[in-house]
Write a protein that binds this ligand. Structure first.
Ligand SMILES: [Mg+2]
Length: 274
């Protein structure tokens, strides 16, 4: 297999970035080394466009990426210059305004009163909930396609809420820190759209490695050639997920990311010192 055919779709928070402080310095050189070999890395995150671009600033490199839980795919020319797309993006979601309108008019009070939207919290509570400081908070709040919230209810009620949203054509995504109400899109569907484009338009046959840590990563883990899971320091995450061939990191992010990528590459006979 050629490195150019390898696509790594990766979650960011808790998977590539440290769950608590969002750091990745320890694996920065390894990431750059992967990119140098021709391997493509595609962040697929619940983060906003601007938050992911800040990550690229720290990395010193722009990458193709998927923002807000599969709502939009950007920078596709960086995946392959021959991909022809309007605005270089694929938008898979309705706007946040439309999603909010559906929520306000169609969701019964018994669910609505359990929703504590990040947008409505005090700034201190927002920072505490998202684990962000003054500098980074505004970038996380600048959302185009999703409504982050805390849901104050039992697991049973969460399941019922999720099913109700589904009946409205919306989705409830569970990330490492908060829930997000989104359009009927997912990280997995967005990933599939990218892979399909490469297969149909460029006749290429990519090998996909997926790295995730939370329920909102399951849709993409399920359709990868090599699924990888990173443990979280504060909870038993995805421990019951049964997918064939999973590689589970022993270490937390960011080192766990390097660990699973090295193991994944080794399985397909690609070895390089990183
Ligand atoms: Mg995560």
């Amino acid at each position: 297999m050629k490195c150019e055919d390898i696509l790594i779709f990766t979650d960011l928070d808790g998977s590539l970035l440290d769950h608590d402080n969002f750091e990745f310095q320890d694996i920065k050189d390894f990431i750059l080394k992967c990119l140098d070999t021709g391997i493509k890395i595609i962040p697929n995150s619940s983060k906003t466009k601007i938050e992911i671009e800040l990550f690229f600033n720290q990395l010193g490199k722009e990458l193709p990426y998927i923002s807000e839980n599969g709502a939009a795919v950007h920078n596709l020319d960086l995946l392959n210059a021959n991909l022809k797309l309007k605005d270089n993006s694929i938008i898979l979601s309705r706007s946040i305004k439309e999603i909010l309108e559906i929520f306000k008019t169609k969701v019964p009070l018994e669910f609505r009163e359990k929703c504590d939207f990040i947008e409505d919290m005090t700034q201190d509570k927002q920072m505490q909930t998202l684990g962000l400081n003054h500098k980074y908070l505004p970038f996380a709040l600048n959302r185009d396609y999703s409504l982050p919230l805390i849901f104050n209810g039992s697991r049973k009620l969460i399941r019922e809420f999720s099913l109700f949203l589904k009946s409205l054509g919306l989705k409830l995504h569970e990330g490492g820190r908060v829930f997000n109400i989104c359009d009927d899109c997912s990280k997995g569907f967005a990933m599939k759209s990218v892979v399909k484009k490469l297969r149909t338009e460029l006749k290429s046959n990519p090998y996909t490695i997926v790295v995730g840590d939370s329920p909102n990563d399951i849709s993409m883990l399920k359709q990868s050639d090599q699924p990888c899971i990173i443990p979280l320091p504060n909870k038993d995450n995805l421990i019951d997920l049964e997918i064939k061939n999973i590689i589970r990191a022993k270490k937390y992010a960011p080192k766990g990311w390097e660990e699973v990528i090295k193991s994944s590459l080794k399985k397909i006979n690609i070895n390089f010192v990183g």
